[in-house]
Design a protein around this ligand. Structure first.
Ligand code: ATP
Ligand code: MG
Length: 170
């Protein structure tokens, strides 16, 4: 089966959950899935759920709270390790679906360069499906991807002051 490059970006809700839904679907078909999650650390509820799937691996490379501000030194170091690991997973070609969760955000925060982001597409074996999520996908990535979905924010309760809730946003 040929693998493609998918990007879920935009300001609306659903980027991370779309990728998790795809992971669950892929696992149901017996595919091997690796999720490399940038900028996040800790007990996001999806991690707890995905532990039940023998063919889904999740690795987190973040330094605590999910922030889009100035990344700490710890965040930078963790992200750099995540990037190396992502490259390794892609090169190995042992997983059918590889998800760079919040990879676009890591790029946007300057944790790796545009060249490094696009390099992932260069090293992806033909059979591997690569999904990059997060707001702020650069135009160069959009140009090279095979599928791009922009989650458009029509309304979001965040604007009413509703912060991320356990089980719904985290
Ligand atoms: P989900 O994980 O529910 O699929 P998502 O991946 O599309 O959502 P992100 O952009 O990763 O959403 O948002 C992470 C968190 O940032 C949200 O859980 C929410 O608390 C907060 N957030 C959502 N929308 C906004 C916004 N417009 N501005 C600032 N923060 C937001
Ligand atoms: Mg997200």
């Amino acid at each position: 089966m040929n693998g493609y490059v998918q990007v879920y970006t935009g300001n609306g809700k659903g980027k991370t959950t779309a990728s998790l839904g795809l992971a669950v679907r892929a696992a149901g078909a017996g595919l091997k899935v690796c999720i490399v999650q940038f900028m996040k650390q800790g007990d996001y509820s999806e991690i707890k759920s995905l532990l039940r799937f023998p063919n889904i691996t999740v690795e987190q490379y973040g330094a605590g709270k999910f922030v889009r501000g100035n990344p700490s030194q710890e965040e930078r170091a963790s992200c750099a390790r995540g990037y190396e690991r992502l490259c390794q997973v892609l090169r190995d070609g042992n997983h059918d679906l590889v998800i760079a969760e919040e990879g676009n955000v890591a790029y946007m925060c300057g944790l790796f360069s545009e060249d490094q982001l696009l390099f992932l597409l260069d090293i992806k074996p033909d059979h591997v499906e690569l999904v990059l999520t997060g707001r702020g996908a650069p135009q160069s990535l959009i140009d090279r991807a095979d599928l791009v979905t922009e989650m458009k924010e029509v309304k979001h309760y965040y604007k009413k002051g509703v912060k991320a809730r356990v089980g719904i946003e985290k």
